[in-house]
Design a protein around this ligand. Structure first.
Ligand code: MN
Length: 288
């Protein structure tokens, strides 16, 4: 199992120095893996990233949230095509990095919608995700859809919706759960993990306010016990956002208005220890 950290813990700017800084800090905090935000994959310097990953001896994954202009759950063919083009470029970047995972809010725009998703829009989304997963599979990359809360998408708000969305897809598309979103939408931190045991292949660990783990209302003990129960072996990636580190494209979409921490290095090292501690404790359940 690889324990990772989202790149926005370290910098809001993924230019060449930003990439190097984020990779170095991720390794120094004790993580095995960095998740790069690929909001703009066309300009992402994959050569620098690959060299930095090799230097530090860690792996990478990539995630993004689509925008209104690239919304594949739209009924506007131009937006759907723009979204497919963007996701294909993200797959190409990840192939250049030797990465094995593309995830995030890749099935709709990451924004608050003012109406429910339409059946035609969801069909468009499933078609594009299927196409992108096919291209990704050729490069050994798995694609998973991140279940998010109602204020960030109108397509997938629960694990059960995600399981239905990916049902029957070839190649298989995975489900990506995030404790921050689960804490808002799900009935518990346990049942959604068990219900997606066959599809779950990516996990985000976030606190209820997206700050220091253990200082909010997320029931992490139940969540990690559930991961143990299904023998989950995929990436477990810490995600946190503060106005200390601001990404212009994400600040508004995620509502990052407050300062929840100032020292990313302290936050990251704490999260690494917190996650590994919970996993070690859960692993001991085999003796029970
Ligand atoms: Mn997340």
């Amino acid at each position: 199992m690889k324990i990772g950290c989202h790149g926005l813990v370290w910098t809001g700017n993924f230019d060449t120095p930003g990439i190097r800084h984020a990779v170095t800090q991720t390794r120094q905090a004790g993580f095995d893996l960095i998740e790069f935000p690929l909001m703009d994959p066309a300009t992402f310097d994959s050569k620098t990233a690959r060299a930095a990953l090799d230097d530090e001896g860690i792996e990478a994954t990539g995630s993004l949230g689509l925008s209104a202009e690239t919304d594949i759950s739209s009924e506007d063919p131009a937006r759907v095509q723009a979204g497919e083009d963007l996701l294909n470029r993200a797959v190409d970047v990840l192939a250049e990095l030797g990465s094995q995972h593309l995830c995030g809010v890749i099935y709709s725009a990451m924004q608050k919608y003012d109406a429910p998703a339409t059946e035609a829009g969801i069909d468009n989304s499933r078609t594009v995700i299927g196409n992108v997963a096919g291209r990704a599979a050729e490069a050994g990359i798995s694609v998973s859809v991140e279940v998010t809360n109602r204020y960030e998408s109108n397509v997938l708000n629960t694990a059960r919706q995600a399981r239905e969305f990916v049902s029957g897809m070839t190649p298989p598309v995975g489900v990506h759960l995030d404790t921050y979103h689960m804490n808002i939408e799900e009935s518990s931190m346990f049942a959604p993990v068990l219900e997606t045991a066959a599809e779950l292949d990516y996990v985000h660990i976030g606190e209820s306010h997206r700050g220091y783990l253990g200082t909010g209302s997320v029931d992490f003990a139940s969540f990690f016990k559930a991961l143990h129960q299904i023998d989950y072996d995929g990436p477990v990636v810490f995600e946190s956002f503060s106005s200390t580190v601001v990404s212009p494209t994400l600040t508004s979409a995620l509502g990052i208005w407050r300062n929840l921490w100032e020292d990313g290095a302290d936050l990251g090292a704490h999260a690494n220890a917190f996650i590994r501690g919970h996993l070690a404790a859960s692993a001991s359940l085999r003796h029970h």
